[in-house]
Design a protein around this ligand. Structure first.
Ligand SMILES: [Zn+2]
Length: 453
């Protein structure tokens, strides 16, 4: 058939040729329209020494409009070798500009099942972004994944946007001396010849940037018998350092569960890599620290609190657009201050006053409620975000403020959130309008005066 002879086909082309509007202006290249993923099943084999990843990804989705083509995010370093849609060969598929574009052989109606099975392989490397290199990264011995905000496509085909949460099964086969840690619960481990297969199930919905695989010569042990099991994963030589630096996590878990509401997952692990890392990073059900954060001096406990708090703020409650990043980082930073005043450190108010003086010396060009992609991980988002919560706490009083936080984590548990949802909920705990407070802290660049009791 000559091109253009099939009227149905040309209509399809006309519609899909139009560029899709970006899901999020902060990351216009990430995320896709036309479907909603409910589950990822990733079956991966990783050769540690060769840094070679071979995978089969099953992406289970429902269509949200009837279109001829669907796109997934996938880095060009991962080459697709075979692909099926709903069990059949697609009409075609192509990889370009970080997208895997799939044309099903038969059109799928709105609300139809869209199951895409992708076979792929490659030498994974992080994706270069304005916020550094993110995604799958080779270590001296092993690998790590730290994807915030757009690194997930470095290791699996996905709809890479935080608003698109799904359940996961992550199965990784690696050479036997290596330990593999992924999100959720280890449900099966089988060793065959010189390789071990690790199967993890993550039933609670998870954002793509929080999906992770950690591979290294690690020792894994349970370090708390409390209601939420805590696990330590680290090179054996760091055991004593870990016990000192992370030794107060059980108390931290108690304090945060009391202040924020029940811990949202079944367990929590901390992975310490043999390599040094610039900053620790949160993933769902675990956090990753570098050997430099585990030197036995307990000098980085603030970061231990920060990463744990992300399990509530960021992981259970995930932002649906990046402009609301203060809902992650402002809350996690305020959790550092709350841990200080609930352990043996200075009060949140003392730390807030310090942070306020620090911000006063910096340029007043940041809009906390919409910082822009360049500034979304700026330290001022963290500090001013925490100060905003402190101002709110002084306005509402402790009883109402912490009741608000618990209500917030309960109402949106395992969901997605926006700033408006938080300010709307806060209004229910206030006797007078909070709008002036939100305007001053979120919608204006000038730093408001230090809130006082
Ligand atoms: Zn953080």
């Amino acid at each position: 058939m000559k091109p253009g002879n099939d009227p149905k086909k040309s209509r399809d082309n006309g519609r899909t040729a139009k560029p899709d509007a970006p899901i999020d202006p902060y990351l216009p290249r990430s995320g896709n329209r036309g479907y909603r993923v409910s589950r990822y099943e990733l079956d991966l084999t990783y050769r540690v020494v060769a840094n070679r990843l071979t995978g089969t990804a099953t992406v289970i989705a429902t269509t949200t409009d009837a279109r001829g083509k669907f796109a997934l995010d996938l880095a060009p370093t991962m080459r697709v070798t075979k692909l099926s849609v709903n069990g059949s060969r697609p009409a075609k598929y192509a990889q370009r500009d970080g997208k895997l574009v799939v044309t099903p052989a038969r059109k799928i109606p709105v609300g139809g099942v869209l199951t895409i099975v992708v076979h792929y392989h490659g030498t994974p490397k992080p994706i270069r972004s304005p916020w550094g290199e993110v995604g799958w990264e080779e270590l001296e011995e092993g690998s790590l994944v730290a994807s915030q905000p757009n690194g997930a496509a470095s290791w699996f085909p996905c709809d890479d946007h935080p608003g698109a949460k799904a359940s996961y099964r992550i199965t990784v086969t690696a050479d036997s001396p290596f330990q593999v840690i992924a999100n959720g619960t280890l449900v099966r481990r089988t060793t065959r010849a010189s390789q071990t297969t690790w199967e993890y199930e993550q039933p609670e919905p998870m954002a793509t940037y929080l999906a992770t695989v950690q591979i290294g010569n690690y020792e894994t042990r349970r370090v708390s018998d409390g209601p939420v099991p805590l696990y330590a994963v680290h090179p054996p030589r760091l055991k004593a350092n870990f016990d000192r630096d992370f030794g107060r996590q059980p108390q931290m878990m108690d304090v945060f569960s009391r202040l924020f509401g029940p811990y949202p997952f079944t367990h929590y692990s901390v992975v310490v890599t043999a390599d040094e890392l610039e900053i620790p990073i949160e993933a769902q059900t675990l956090s990753i620290f570098g050997a430099n954060h585990c030197d036995g001096s307990r000098g980085e406990e603030r970061l231990v609190a920060h990463e744990l708090a992300h399990q509530w703020f960021g992981n259970s409650l995930t932002l649906s657009r990046w402009r609301d990043i203060w809902l992650n980082e402002g809350f996690a930073c305020y959790a550092e201050w709350l841990w200080s005043e609930n352990s043996d450190g200075p009060s949140a108010h003392t730390i807030a006053a310090d942070a306020h003086r620090g911000l006063g010396r910096k340029p007043q060009d940041l809009l906390l409620g919409d910082p822009g992609p360049e500034l979304m991980f700026d330290d001022r988002v963290y500090k001013r975000g925490a100060l905003t919560l402190h101002a709110l706490r002084l306005r509402l009083g402790d009883e109402k403020f912490f009741a608000l936080l618990r209500q917030w984590t309960a109402e949106h548990r395992h969901g997605t959130v926006t700033t408006e949802q938080f300010t709307d909920l806060a209004a229910r705990f206030a006797d007078a309008p909070l709008r002036p407070l939100w305007d001053a802290w979120l919608a204006e660049k000038a730093l408001p005066p230090m809130p006082e009791p």
